[in-house]
Ligand binder design. Structure first.
Ligand code: FAD
Ligand code: SIN
Length: 519
């Protein structure tokens, strides 16, 4: 079964959908998404989107804050380009129907988060991502040039390899012709051929046991590009959000937005002491890597599973008005945040590394672009500044279409691509093996490749993962294709890529903290 389209977009978060809307002005677009259009990390984003709109803020300040958070590893050209483009991103979002909170005089209500020297975060209450996704989905569903295929799981990118050529890693002329995708309802694999493919599959928080990411975040894009011999970068920089709600029965972990600390919330240890003053002069609003490490240290030294976020000194009505979802969620488990301190713990949150792209979102594979969390643009360096990722995703979708639109005329659809080979895959799905192996992967990464690492822990993680890799590849070769098996396979590859990059970076910097090396 074949589908032919000008643009194939894999993923329906804000990177994929904003690219689809721009691309649909120039050609036909097919959007694939493995569950529904709405289910992704974007819909869960709370704090907001960073943009400089007026003084006393300035582009120079936003650039400086991004660089400081990124520990000197950011790409200067990209930081400047994205920060200066941010007002256009906000205008696009407004045009698509997104609403941001305003003051009585109509000015935007700007929040502040860790690492920001100014209030510059546009938001919609504490559910900004949901509001953005709502607006984009409305536009996409009604666009005549966009076909949405929900419950379609992209399994692999199509390259010359599928035409029988040997493709090597770092080879210059690898091209992407589209993707093989499993229609989950019929269990059939479609061959989707495109002139341009945009990979927007998001991150991989699910490789850890505790994460703020929903179950879709299984690193499929990272794994597909690695298998297609493309280049990934900075995979060791996994950001742990300092403050997920400590409620062990929740999966994913519910985020307690950093904007709450920007609003006056104070981190306290078990004894009730203000925690961050022992660690950084910027206190509760120090960059995320520093706060997460501080909390990790407090928890380990006190033997506690959490620390506290104290908002009890903040006016109840203001808390309810600005953070209605956090208020409601905490109430549902018996915590009145205007009276009780909130138990919080760090959770895997964001992949700063990913598929390496240039300043226009071009990957090392021709006709394949990447945007959003799956990509590594150079904006975040060794640690992402809060609320820079929604901004980056839309900015790069725009940068990409500015060059990709020419491929419609210059890159013909390939005709000699074989259909998916089902040969030998008749063994029934072994769900127990899949779910247990997934838990093992998550434990390996959480135990040995978390906030604090060492060469010895990484070696142990690698050896443990190797066994799971061999067993799962064996299972994959003989088993009926299923999303859960593909996700497990992809997560194992993500674990491998994180460990490999972490082993190679022989210093402590940003999110990569090794006990073997002082900072
Ligand atoms: P996603 O929104 O995750 O979308 C990925 C899409 O790809 C999904 O539709 C998924 O189904 C699809 N997909 C994946 N694999 C496949 C496959 N094999 N086949 C088909 N489809 C596939 N950032 C900020 O800047 N500000 C914030 O306030 C903020 N808050 C956050 C709060 C939470 C709880 C979380 C989890 C993240 C937050 N982030 C925030 C980060 C930000 O939300 C994400 O980085 C961003 O939304 C990623 O967008 P994306 O389009 O790249 O990926
Ligand atoms: C938050 O609201 O704390 C999340 C912001 C982000 O991840 O950028």
């Amino acid at each position: 079964m074949k589908i032919i389209t000008d643009y194939l977009v894999i993923g329906s978060g804000l990177a994929g959908l904003s690219f689809a809307l721009q691309a649909a002005e120039t050609g036909t677009v097919t959007v694939l998404t493995k569950y529904t259009l709405e289910e992704n990390n974007t819909s869960h984003a709370q704090g907001g989107i960073a943009a400089v709109l007026s003084s006393p803020d300035s582009f120079a300040k936003h650039i400086k804050d991004t660089n400081i958070a990124g520990a000197g590893l950011c790409n200067q050209e990209v930081v400047t380009k994205v920060v200066q483009y941010a007002p256009n991103v906000i205008q696009n979002l407004l045009n698509w129907g997104t609403r941001f909170d305003t003051e009585k005089d109509g000015a935007y209500n700007l929040a502040k988060e860790g690492g920001h020297s100014e209030h510059r975060i546009l938001h919609h209450k504490d559910n900004t991502g949901y509001e953005i996704q709502r607006a984009l989905c409305n536009k996409v569903r009604s666009h005549k040039n966009i076909t949405v295929l929900e419950h379609f799981f992209a399994v692999d990118l199509i390259t010359q390899h599928h035409q029988g050529e040997l493709v090597k890693r770092h080879q210059q002329d690898v091209s992407c012709f589209g993707a093989y995708a499993l229609d989950i309802a019929s269990n059939k694999v479609y061959t989707i051929l495109a002139k341009t493919t945009m990979l927007a599959t998001g991150g991989a928080g699910q490789v850890y046991s505790t994460t703020t990411n929903p179950t879709i975040a299984t690193g499929d894009g990272f794994a597909m590009v690695h298998r297609a011999k493309g280049v990934l970068d900075n995979m060791e920089f996994v950001q742990f959000h300092p403050t997920a709600l400590y409620n062990p029965s929740d999966s994913p972990a519910f985020l307690i937005s950093e904007a709450l600390r920007g609003f006056g919330g104070i981190l306290r240890n078990k004894k009730g002491e203000e925690l961050m003053k022992h660690y950084d002069v910027r206190g509760n609003l120090a960059p995320r890597d520093i706060v997460a490490r501080a909390i990790d240290n407090e928890m380990k030294t006190s033997g506690s599973d959490f620390v506290f976020l104290d908002c009890t000194h903040i006016d109840k009505k203001k808390l309810q008005n600005h953070f209605p979802n956090i208020y409601k969620k905490c109430s549902s488990i018996g915590i009145d945040i205007s009276k009780d301190m909130i138990p919080v713990t760090p959770a895997a949150h964001y992949f700063c590394g990913g598929v390496k792209v240039d300043a226009f979102g071009r990957t090392s594979i021709k006709h394949l672009y990447a945007a959003g969390e799956v990509s590594c643009t150079g904006l975040h360096g060794a640690n992402r500044l809060a609320s820079n990722s929604l901004l980056e995703a839309i900015a790069f979708a725009d940068f990409a279409i500015s060059v990709a639109k020419h491929e419609k005329e210059t890159n013909p659809i390939q005709s000699n691509i074989p259909d998916w080979d089902y040969e030998g895959t008749s063994f029934p799905e072994e769900m127990i093996l899949i779910t247990q192996s997934l838990k093992e992967v998550q434990q390996i990464l959480s135990n040995y490749v978390g906030i604090v690492r060492s060469q010895e822990r990484l070696k142990r993680a690698f050896n443990r993962l190797w066994t799971l890799y061999s067993e799962t590849e064996d299972l994959y070769k003989k088993t009926t294709l299923s999303p859960k098996l593909c996700e497990l396979r992809n997560l194992i590859l993500v674990g491998y890529l994180v460990i490999k990059s972490a082993k190679a970076r022989k210093k402590s910097i940003g999110l990569h903290y090794m006990v073997d090396y002082s900072e």
